[in-house]
Structures are given as structure tokens and as C-alpha cells.
Design a protein around this ligand. Structure first.
Ligand code: GTP
Length: 598
């Protein structure tokens, strides 16, 4: 059978354990990239990804490996993102494979995402090949890490491969193991066509490029196709493989992974998770798709210059073409004017979107404090979703507020267990269980309100364990919480964009802290500014920003002109991010003050 020489696989790993480097080494070994002019980490194609060193979009590359048995194998490598925000993209990529390399850093050992991704791969029925990477490092402990991996998979430590993606050591053995252990794809080539769209990308010139795994049958250039879930009909104008650049072919057959271009311009009509089939001989049933991705974190984005609202809309429309997880709808704030309430997968996703909007679309934005979505049951029985504190109905109308919860998996050295438990308890965590991965390393599980972890939990976890703990989480059902809306008033005016929803037990300390933080961040104005925190009509905290007295440049003695100019320039730059709220000028930092409440 033709598919015998095909192997479809992913590389899954905790962030920074060397997935992209190993991918590069494999592509290089198979001649898909030339080591002399290869840019490091070829698979991370987005500029921002490269800068931040993270993988966001899953991509697929075909390369050819001539094995020791003399046969040439087509390897399809499907890249997976490594950050917890993007774990839904991991399961998507895994659905297109038969196997995965499970890569763990020899100096670090198993981390939370290693475990989470392993379960995703096992659920997807994949053959897993455990790999210890970075054996060249002076601090490497390949034996210990191999044992951890063997325990995790219920495997023999002898089955664990050892490589250095940096030096290339062990990569040949890895490729041999890959060909030997990962089964070839099974799909029937003669059946009606079914291709799973596991990723898609919008290209300015070619429209939507859909990355597909042919599960059964075949699709050819020029063929009329149907996207079974959306009902979209189109003609294949180009089909082929990523090597890693698009290389057109006549057809894709069962088992192969490649791309399809139809000239369709709207990613919504060629959606990830859909099944492509042939119109002439359609399949009976679509393939099982994917769960819809649900944004977990929301914030308001407002242009600093109000007349750029339409530009912001255009920019969001364009970004969303390549980012199915990004949601947005217009929002009007009394304080900030016209903007959008945006939904993100997590804080990293939010940062990336915001940075791209500013960098690629030359916008200056004010972002409000991020919050989660609440399920609010009213006294009349209706249930509404509240995505912004401003939308929270009056207390008298509320029967119950339910907040999203996650089950967090945390891995850390045993010495840090106390610190981790303390942090989880402070964040209203409910202990689920704990067990030892090895004599030195512990896995803890807690159920936590998502709101308690989206802001700074990860940073806190890192700093309290000196960087040794790792985190992953999955969403649970929302649970009732005793929550209240905390408002902030500036000079007596309620600033809707600064409102937040907090647990009742934390309302008083949070109110005091937010007032203090705002006092530090709101520049002095011509008049006194009163900062107050309130629950309903009850004021619970107050601070004052004293009025401006001196000319800020006075202390430069008038003599040092460059210093004076620099100071003025800095002030001017600072000003750009200011927004006039009532009578008060509010800087962007004010909205971040709430991030530092703990
Ligand atoms: P994400 O894309 O963010 O998920 O990270 P990644 O898992 O792809 O890790 P990446 O390949 O970017 O590697 C992380 C760091 O480890 C980089 O600085 C690499 O140069 C380094 N690295 C990767 N493999 C090896 C290795 O075998 N030995 C050594 N010494 N360093 C390595």
C-alpha cells in the first residue's frame, strides 16, 4: 500500500524544552532546509513568535527520509504550540497524526505541560516516542529524566531516546525509531474523500490556505469540493505540500498532509475542524471536528485617539482572519469612549494581539484590566453572560453569580510544595490530589477560580518557587461564588473602565490597594484628585492625589538644555497614553494597577 512509506507525527514538549530546535534538525537531516542558510527555528514563522520564542500557529512540513532499510519515507511534521494559552491548538494538530515525539529537557525533567500534552496525545490514540533532549548540557541528567518519562508512560527506560537537538547527536537513531515505531496512516484511498482542516491561514494574495490531513480518498487540483460543516463549495486552485514552502502537486491521497487553496477569502467559510469532500462523490459523514474555542479572558481595547476607532475595527477584522480564537464586539465606555470588548485565550494571547495591533497597524491603544466571563442568574430565572464588570446587573436583580473554574496541574521540586500550596490557598484553591513523579519532584492538582489565576498567578508561582514550578490547566464547569462589583471613583465620578469583580472577602483589601496603586500612578493635576473605591453606594477606601505645584522642568536649573528637552519629550511620550476621563488625565498604567493587587 502506498501509505506504507508515510509517517505523520508531532513534537510535543513543555515550553523551551527544544521542540523547534529538534524540528529544524530533523528537517535539515532530511534535506528540507539547507543548514548553511537556514534561519534558526524555521517553523516559527511569525515575526513576533520568533522574537518571543514561542510557537503560536500549528504548521505542517513534509520532508523525505532515506532510512537504513533503503526505503524513502515521507515524513509529515506537524508543529504544535508550546504555551498553555494555546493547548487547544495542540489537540487539533494531534488529530492529524499517528504518533508524537514527547520531548523533555535533560536538565529539567517532566513539567506540567509535558503531562498535559501526554494526556492529550494518549486521548488521541497516538504512539508516543519519549525523547530526552539537551543531553549535551553540563547539568543534564538523562538517566533520571528517562526514568521519569518511563514512569509517566508506563514504559521501559530503554525505550527512551536520548538526543541533542543542538549538536545533532542521536537524531539519526531518533529518525529510525520514528519510522519503526509510528504506524503508517490507515485511511482507505478508494473511499470518498474526507480531509480534515486542522489549521488555516489567510494569505493576502492567495486567500485562505487550509492545512489538511487527507483521512480517506483523494483530492486533486481543479476538483470541485464541499466543506461539509459550513456548506461552502469551491474549486481547488492549488493543492500540495509544505516543504516547508508551498510546493504544488497534482493531488493529495489518504494519509498525506498538505495544503489546499481555493481562492476563498473568508476563513469563516473554510473553518478549522471542517471536513473537505469531493462534490462529485461526497462522503456520507463529516469527520469529528473540534471543540469550539472559547475565549477565557476579556478586556476593553480603546484607541488613544478617538477618531481611530474605525482603524481599530479594520485591524481587528484582519487579525481575526488568522486567529479564530480572537473575539471582539464594539463597546462604549463612559470614560474611554468607543472601543471593543475583546476575548482571548489567555494573557499571553492578549499581549500578542495587542502588540500586533500596535506594531502592525500603528495604533495606540488603552487596554482595560482583564477579567473573566461570569454566568449570572437573575432573580427572574434568566441566565446572562457578563464579559465586562460594567455589564454586571444591579445586586438586587442577581440570584447567583457563577465563575469559571480550572483544574490546575502544577509540577515542582518537593522543597517548594509548601510555597505552592500556600499560593493556591490564598487564591481560593481547592486541593484535589498530590503525587510524586520521582523522589524529588511532585505533581499537585488544585481547582481554582480562573479569575484568580489569569492575572499574576503564573508570575507568583515562578517567583515563589525560584522558577522551578510549571503550570497547566483545563477548564471545569463554572461554580457559584460570593462576588461583588468594586467601583472606582475619580473626583466623585465613577470610572466604568476601572470597575472589577472580586470575591467579597477580598473586597476591602483590594479596594484599599487599588486606591494606593492609583495614587502612585495618576500624575498630579492642576487640582486635587480624590480616588475612592466603592461597593454599590458604600465607599470603602480613599486616597488623594495632591495638586500640581511646580514646573517639572524647574529642577533642571535652566542650564542643561538637552536634559530639559529629554524630560519634555518623555513627558510628551507619556502623554500620548493618557486619556481624559472626566476632568482627570489617566495614564495606561492606571489600568494595570489592579494587576498588582496581591
Ligand atoms: P517553544 O517554541 O516556545 O515551545 O519552545 P521550544 O520547545 O520550541 O524550544 P526551542 O527549540 O526554542 O529551544 C529552547 C532553547 O533551548 C533554545 O535556546 C535552544 O537553543 C535550546 N536548545 C534546544 N535544544 C537544545 C540542545 O539539545 N542542547 C542545548 N544545549 N540547547 C538546546
Amino acid at each position: 500500500q502506498a501509505a506504507d512509506n508515510i509517517r505523520n507525527f508531532s513534537i510535543i514538549a513543555h515550553i523551551d524544552h527544544g521542540k523547534s530546535t529538534l524540528a529544524d534538525r530533523i528537517l535539515e537531516r532530511c534535506g528540507a532546509i539547507d543548514p548553511r542558510n537556514a534561519r534558526p527555528q524555521l517553523l516559527d514563522s511569525m515575526e513576533l513568535e520568533r522574537e518571543r520564542g514561542i510557537t503560536i500557529k500549528a504548521q505542517a512540513v513534509r520532508c523525505d527520509y532515506r532510512a537504513r532499510d533503503g526505503r524513502t519515507y515521507h515524513l509529515h511534521l506537524i508543529d504544535t504550540p508550546g504555551h498553555v494559552d494555546f493547548s487547544y491548538e495542540v489537540s487539533r494538530s494531534l488529530a492529524a497524526c499517528e504518533g508524537a515525539l514527547l520531548v523533555v529537557d535533560a536538565a529539567q525533567g517532566i513539567e506540567a505541560q509535558t503531562i498535559a500534552n501526554t494526556y492529550l496525545a494518549i486521548d488521541a490514540g497516538l504512539e508516543l516516542i519519549p525523547v530526552v533532549n539537551k543531553i549535551d548540557l553540563p547539568g543534564a541528567e538523562p538517566d533520571r529524566v528517562a526514568q521519569e518519562l518511563a514512569d509517566l508512560l508506563g514504559d521501559d527506560p530503554d525505550q527512551v531516546l536520548r538526543v541533542s537537538a543542538k549538536t545533532g547527536e542521536g537524531v539519526d537513531e531518533l529518525l529510525e525509531a520514528l519510522v519503526a515505531r509510528i504506524p503508517p496512516p490507515a485511511g482507505d484511498r478508494g473511499a470518498p474523500a474526507r480531509a480534515l482542516v486542522f489549521d488555516s491561514q489567510y494569505d493576502q494574495y492567495r486567500g485562505v490556505v487550509a492545512y489538511v490531513r487527507m483521512v480517506e480518498g483523494e483530492l486533486s487540483r481543479g476538483e470541485q469540493i464541499l466543506a461539509m460543516q459550513t456548506g461552502t463549495e469551491a474549486e481547488i486552485t492549488e493543492i500540495g505540500f509544505m516543504r516547508p514552502h508551498t510546493e504544488p502537486a497534482e493531488r493529495l491521497v489518504a494519509g498525506e498532509v498538505g495544503y489546499v487553496i481555493t481562492g476563498i477569502k473568508d476563513v469563516q467559510r473554510m473553518r478549522v475542524g471542517d471536513t473537505l469532500t469531493s462534490r462529485a462523490r461526497p462522503a456520507g459523514e463529516p469527520l469529528p471536528g473540534y471543540r469550539e474555542v472559547k475565549p477565557m479572558v476579556f478586556c476593553g481595547l480603546f484607541p488613544v485617539e478617538s477618531d481611530r476607532f474605525e482603524d481599530l475595527r479594520d485591524a481587528l477584522d484582519k487579525l481575526a482572519l488568522n486567529d479564530a480564537a480572537l473575539q471582539y464586539e464594539p463597546e462604549t465606555s463612559e470614560a474611554l469612549g468607543f472601543g471593543f470588548r475583546c476575548g482571548f485565550l489567555g494573557l499571553l494571547h492578549m499581549d500578542i494581539v495587542r502588540e500586533r495591533l500596535e506594531r502592525e497597524y500603528d495604533l495606540e491603544l488603552l487596554a482595560t484590566t482583564p477579567n473573566v466571563a461570569y454566568e449570572v442568574e437573575l432573580t427572574d430565572g434568566t441566565v446572562m453572560t457578563v464579559r465586562s464588570p460594567a455589564e454586571m446587573p444591579d445586586r438586587a436583580r442577581i440570584a447567583e453569580i457563577r465563575e469559571p473554574y480550572v483544574r490546575a496541574t502544577i509540577v515542582c521540586p518537593r522543597d517548594h510544595v509548601g510555597a505552592v500550596m500556600e499560593l493556591c490557598q490564598e487564591r481560593r484553591g481547592v486541593h484535589v490530589d498530590m503525587h510524586f513523579l520521582s523522589p524529588e519532584r511532585v505533581q499537585l492538582r488544585y481547582d481554582l477560580p480562573l479569575a484568580e489565576i489569569v492575572l499574576d498567578f503564573f508570575d507568583q508561582l515562578k517567583s515563589r518557587t525560584r522558577g522551578y514550578a510549571s503550570l497547566d490547566y483545563e477548564l471545569l464547569e463554572p461554580r457559584p461564588g460570593d462576588l461583588v462589583k468594586l467601583d472606582v471613583l475619580l473626583s466623585g465620578d465613577r470610572v466604568d473602565a476601572l470597575s472589577m469583580i472580586v470575591h467579597r472577602d477580598k473586597a476591602y483589601p483590594s479596594g484599599r490597594l487599588i486606591c494606593e496603586r492609583l495614587r502612585e500612578r495618576i500624575p498630579r493635576q492642576q487640582f486635587e484628585v480624590a480616588i475612592q473605591a466603592a461597593i454599590g453606594s458604600k465607599i470603602i477606601a480613599r486616597e488623594t492625589v495632591k495638586p500640581l505645584r511646580k514646573d517639572v522642568t524647574a529642577k533642571c536649573y535652566g542650564g542643561d538644555v538637552t536634559r530639559k528637552r529629554k524630560l519634555l519629550e518623555r513627558q510628551k511620550r507619556g502623554k500620548k497614553r493618557m486619556k481624559q476621563v472626566g476632568r482627570v488625565e489617566l495614564p495606561q498604567e492606571a489600568f494595570l494597577a489592579v494587576l498588582e493587587l496581591s
